[in-house]
Design a protein around this ligand. Structure first.
Ligand code: HEM
Length: 401
């Protein structure tokens, strides 16, 4: 896995250097700290260069928070932060549980037949279901119909299917705009709803800056599309890889199941939380991000000029033997309370994601015992989101037959 990662980064690095200007991959804590220390948040601009990832996202998610720079980023971050407040996120636990229930219903047939099945696809439908309900209160039924609003591997296919990509973008934009217009009208006529939880769209439509100015329809559409992308493919990748690691390591799976059987409170699922973090260390859902230097910066004693694109490559950072002992070993205790140091992440959806992952994992493991399909050889793939080119296949059995 490590070798594939190194080869991948070298290859991409080479292509980018040839194609464009200087790209630099970094994979140690010191380098990452040197890059970000004087610039909390994405002040160092998200690059617009070819192959940087952000540029390719622009036609889809526009200048939403993930891609925005400078003042636009600061304003959007301020206006969006309330959408991730504890009180807003709390009722979503019901949504996570309902979607997890549907997921279990969908896959229980494989426990009856004993056939292996592809995990990423079903988990993706589940996380899309969750985000559509939390973003719009929209119950798409996508888990039953398998008809994802966007092709599941949308980002994955960016380069290969340009035309199809633009058609998908137009479709997603049209749907989003229709929903935004309808909801704006409802809010103007009836005010903020009291009979259901507030979803992200309610918050975005009512958010105002200090001058009393709210977000335009286009800005809202960009943020909603950003949530749909960042909020479903990432968690799908996280949950799928964690289940993969637990299927591979039955002793840790059993410990999680013992804990789930004993406690009924998400916050007390400590072993599961450690496995979740260890799974995301070994298989980072977002393998790398990038920044473009707005001024000269010194990294590892070398002066890098403004304009250089730096790629903090989390995949390699997570497998760096100078940071982690025996980095390829699945060892959840690395993330015990005593061991863990707190990082300052840029992801605004972090708490949302961790809660969703915990609920889906707990419900899945409560019901099923998992095993890897040993006939299936994984082909790990790093795109904007990490996945397996030929899927992840597992076998499940009912725990209480
Ligand atoms: C396992 C799940 C997730 C992972 C691994 C993840 C990872 C990340 C990473 C690495 C970034 C930084 C990108 C950069 O600075 O260039 C980021 C930013 C972001 N994430 Fe997540 N994310 C996850 C879930 C979510 C969810 C569920 C949402 C929304 C519902 C979300 C929304 C965002 C947004 C809007 C940003 C841009 C923040 C900003 O620049 O201010 N993410 N995420």
């Amino acid at each position: 896995m490590e070798v594939t990662g190194i080869l991948f980064s070298c290859l991409i690095g080479l292509i980018l250097i040839l194609l464009y200007k200087l790209y630099l991959f970094i994979s140690t804590i010191r380098q990452t700290y040197q890059l970000f220390k004087d610039a909390p948040g994405p002040k160092k601009p998200k690059p617009r260069a070819l192959g940087s990832g952000y540029r390719e996202l622009l036609p889809w998610i526009g200048e939403g928070l993930l891609v925005a720079n400078g003042n636009r980023w600061s304003r959007s971050r301020r206006l969006l932060t309330p959408a991730f407040h504890f009180d807003i996120l709390k009722p979503y636990t019901t949504v996570y549980n309902e979607s997890a229930e549907q997921l279990i219903e969908q896959v229980s047939k494989y426990a009856d037949t004993g056939e292996s099945f592809e995990l990423f696809q079903v988990i993706s439908s589940c996380t899309l279901d969750v985000i559509l309900r939390c973003a719009f209160s929209y119950n798409s039924g996508c888990q039953q119909s398998g008809n994802l609003l966007m092709a599941n591997d949308f980002a994955f296919n960016l380069t290969r299917k340009g035309k199809q990509f633009r058609q998908h973008c137009k479709y997603v934009h049209d749907v989003a705009e229709e929903i935004i217009n309808k909801r704006r009208k409802e809010l103007n006529e009836k005010g903020v709803p009291t009979r259901r939880y507030l979803d992200f769209l309610d918050i975005l439509l009512t958010a105002k800056d200090n001058d009393g100015i709210g977000l335009t329809n286009l800005e809202i559409r960009n943020e909603v599309d950003t949530f749909l992308f960042e909020g479903h493919d990432t968690t799908a990748s996280g949950i799928s890889w964690i289940l993969y690691h637990l299927a591979k390591h039955p002793e840790h799976q059993q410990k999680c199941q013992d804990e789930i059987d004993e406690v009924d409170d998400l916050t007390k699922l400590e072993y599961l939380s450690m496995c979740l973090k260890e799974g995301m260390r070994l298989s980072a859902p977002v393998p790398g991000i990038s920044r473009q230097l707005s001024q000269e910066v010194e990294i590892d004693g070398k002066k890098l000029t403004a304009g250089t694109v730096i790629i903090p490559f989390m995949h390699l950072l997570h497998l760096n033997p100078k940071i982690w002992n025996d980095p390829l070993k699945f060892d959840p205790l690395r993330f015990s309370k005593e061991n863990i140091k707190v990082m300052d992440p840029n992801c605004i959806g972090q708490v949302f994601a961790l809660n969703e992952e915990k609920v889906v994992l707990a419900r899945f493991l409560q019901r099923f015992k998992l095993e890897l399909d040993t006939k299936h050889i994984l082909m790990k793939e790093f795109a904007l989101i990490s996945r397996s080119e030929n899927g992840i296949r597992i076998l499940i059995k009912e725990r209480r037959g």
